[in-house]
Design a binder for this molecule. Structure first.
Ligand code: C2E
Ligand code: CA
Ligand code: CA
Ligand code: CA
Length: 273
């Protein structure tokens, strides 16, 4: 169905209003979600492909909505970003993740929205969270997308330098899907890249995906960056990556994202078995 008429006017359809209302309602609910304790941080382990040990965890936000059940970030992060709610929510996720990681004595990766990263006080928020939770800075990795970092390259560089001065690690998420990847690797103080799952998906049959992954690994090695492959869904993908010299991976083939409680149990066991 066409959303817009020939002159750009929207054709009136009752379902549009229904959709808009649902969105508005969800946004109002989101305003209360944080205070009502409906948000949860789940964790997905990252593994060393060399010895199958857990090397760290990624914090992934979930919303336990009283009416809609467990809501995934794709449905509410855009709303949180448009409304600015992502700022207090993001600070809360950071706090939760750092506290958990300190008690687990493990490394934690936290996703950072462009809206958070652009704020002048972001590095201060990170610094005070580390101080409050007692997590050592090297145990915290902040995941930023290429588009976040490319918005304003000069301002980003300053922000990244502040974060680097704190001693936290920086990873570029969904690497390869954005723009200016190569220049980015050279000019910004980053520690790791995460190979986007769209590249991992075609392994080992897609020649172009093989070439892309090989190129990313070569570049990362040249720049001294750690590489994490994400979205590893099969044993074959895992073996292919390992043979190509990729040492770290995350994905359903290794472990699903789980609640903090379940993650604690996995960490006690120490491996993926
Ligand atoms: P992302 O950072 O790229 O996170 C990876 C996503 O892939 C997660 O989805 C994870 O559950 C999913 N995943 C993990 N392994 C596999 C796999 O083998 N196959 C497939 N198909 N998917 C896999 P999730 O948790 O729904 O999160 C979606 C996105 O929402 C994240 O993508 C991230 O961009 C954003 N997000 C999640 N938590 C936060 C947060 O606390 N703050 C912000 N700003 N964004 C967040
Ligand atoms: Ca991520
Ligand atoms: Ca990603
Ligand atoms: Ca993503």
């Amino acid at each position: 169905a066409k959303a817009a008429g020939r002159n750009g006017f929207r054709v009136f359809r009752p379902e549009y209003t229904a959709q808009a209302l649902q969105r508005l309602e969800l946004e109002q609910d989101l305003r209360k979600a944080l205070h009502q304790g409906e948000l949860e941080v789940h964790y997905q382990p990252q593994f060393s492909l060399d010895d199958r040990r857990v090397t760290g965890v990624e914090a992934l936000l979930r919303w336990r909505h009283p009416k809609h059940g467990l809501v995934l970030p794709a449905r509410f992060i855009p709303l949180a970003e448009e409304s600015g709610l992502i700022v207090p929510i993001g600070s809360w996720v950071l706090q939760q993740a750092c506290r958990q990681a300190a008690s687990w004595r493990t490394r934690v990766a936290v996703n950072v929205s462009a809206i958070q990263f652009c704020r002048a006080d972001f590095a201060d928020v990170v610094a005070s969270t580390l101080a409050e939770t007692g997590l050592s800075p090297q145990q915290l990795e902040l995941e930023l997308t290429e588009s976040t970092v490319m918005r304003d390259a000069e301002e980003s560089l300053r922000q990244l330098e502040r974060l680097q001065a704190l001693g936290v690690r920086i990873a570029i998420d969904d690497f390869g899907t954005g723009h200016s990847s190569l220049g980015l690797l050279r000019s910004l103080p980053i520690d790791a890249v995460k190979i986007d799952r769209s590249f991992v998906a075609g392994l080992p049959t897609s020649a172009s995906n093989l070439a892309l992954v090989r190129a990313i690994l070569t570049l990362a090695e040249a720049f001294g960056l750690e590489v994490v492959a994400e979205g590893v869904e099969t044993a074959v993908q895992q073996d292919t990556l390992s043979q190509m010299g990729c040492h770290l991976a995350q994905g359903y083939a290794l472990a699903m994202p789980v609640s903090a409680e379940e993650m604690g149990r996995i960490l006690e066991r120490g491996d993926s078995n």
